[in-house]
Design a protein around this ligand. Sequence first.
Ligand SMILES: [Zn+2]
Length: 654
Amino acid sequence: MKIWQILFCILLGALSCAGDSSNDSAASPDVFLITIDTLRADHIHCYGYEKIQTPTLDRLAEEGIRFTNAFTPSPITNTSHVTIMTGLLPGNHGVKDFGVMLNPKHVTLAELLKRLGYQTGAFIGSVILDSRSLSPGLNRGFDFYDNFSSPAVGKSRWGRVERRGFDVVQRAEAWLDAHQSGAPRFVWVHLYDPHDPYEPPAPYAQLYRDHSYDGEIAYADAALGNLIAYLRKRGRYQQSLVVVTGDHGEGLGEHGEQTHGIFLYDSTTRVPLLVKLPEMRMQGRTLAAQVRTTDILPTVLDILGVTNDASLDGRSLKPYIDGTETDGRPLLGETNYPMNFGWAPLRSVREDDTKFIEAPRPEFYDLKTDPHETKSLYEPWNPAVQKMRGELKTLGTLAAGTAANAGTVSKQTSDELRALGYLHQRDDLTSSSVAEPSLLPDPKDKIIEFNLIHSALLDVDSARFAEARVKLKEVLRADPQSSFALGQLADIELKTGKFLESAQDWSHASELQPGNSGILFNYGKALKSAGDDRGAESALIGSLKIDPNQYGARLLLSEVDVHLRDFDDARDQLEAATLIHPTFDANRRLAEVLLDEQRYADALQLLQSLIKQRPNDAHLYDLLATAYSGLKQAKDAETARNRAASLRVGSKNN
Ligand SMILES: [Zn+2]
């Protein structure tokens, strides 16, 4: 774009011109979006909390604009982040659960900025936002998206499912170093630290000994401080647009909720929102109107002077900054997470002074007199309730879209979720049939159970099995029908070598949910570990009758068959398994079964094709030697044995 064209655009006020060409992008500011996970606004110093030091956020508030009443529509990490990235409510972007692909028809902030010529990078602090597993599609528009290594490596949670804030920031700085010249940069930095378990590193662990959640926030603030200092040093801070927000808050025991995800109270939906404009315009402003995280994307585009025709749920916040709008905007909230436990999902509407929560036992609060939502004034004939109920209709019915939105989460990913304390709808242990939501239990009656399950999952990930067992037994005392508590308990017994106890728990769970193939598979697994091959065979056959397409169950049944010397069925199971999932492992097992059956020529043929796939697998040459010996080809057998030996020496030396 030529200078006269730019002047023309400014004169006309047609700011959309800025987006017409990437040649002028050198003049566009860098954009930094910082999301701090699990960050309650009222636990930040510049939001009035005196027990913490957050110098970085405080200074950003001084140099920018602080929105004192910002809210997220969702208390779930990936759902909330997709809302920030698209400007859409969960019901409209569709990512209401872990592992749901973001539909390409919804354009992300990164895609929009990329089209404007920006260089784009994303740096995440948790595997929950990994675009290859739990947040597919969230990487769209990013030149670089810093996923976790796959498969997850290491035993420590650091690097496997979480990254410390300083680690995330240093990765972002390295990328910025490599992208200093040319087009402006859009960088999203996600700091996961305040998410539980609260384990701040030194010195924050000591400084916040009795408030470790605050310690994590103070640490995240320091990590962000490192990034801001880096930008100042390179002279890139003054000009840049910096937006800082949270994806949701944290219950901290309010309403009985320790963490987040189940309820829609302000404790988990109110987040900070700081916007530092280029050249520190409007610095130090404080705006009290109710705004939403759906408003972030249109605001960024508006500040950059880009028009966007897409129909969004959020609207630019610039009118508040300019002083032309003062009234708050209604917030529609929702959470389906309770459904993972068989409990009712929740919906809410929040206005400046009132809040309605649709639940089996609905709630209505006057926030002026009751800001902590402790005394529900719900009456169905209250006109305010009726009006808010009407607004909720735009979200669709409670049941709609829940089953359709269940994500596809692999076994490994599901394990990563559990390591973070979450359960997934498609887990083996949960109910496959979803009842009419209004008939489901109210999450208010289940919150103690939820806290115990969440805490037990974290215990299991850290191998604190005894503690986890106590918590799960407590859940079962309160709710003997809880098949997921039973399943978790059975899993612990299996992990700790108590195979018979594990089998008993699974058997009990199977009585509670007779049609659940996953429970029967696990029952079979426990029986096999306990040495009961006949029992395992019958459980696995039962499981495969319900769902024949289970690769793992067929593999396991083939092992049981080999023990029982039923080679025909073992082979059938493995052949069926390779049809479901044509993997190397199933084929190698098949070769082993053929050798056990003394079908050496068939085994030889299969092994030769497998060796082509993995020419350096010593074990395949062992099997090959067995096949040649069986065929009385002693010289070939000798060669295969030597090859296996030399491969083993080679791998040791490496
Ligand atoms: Zn989160």
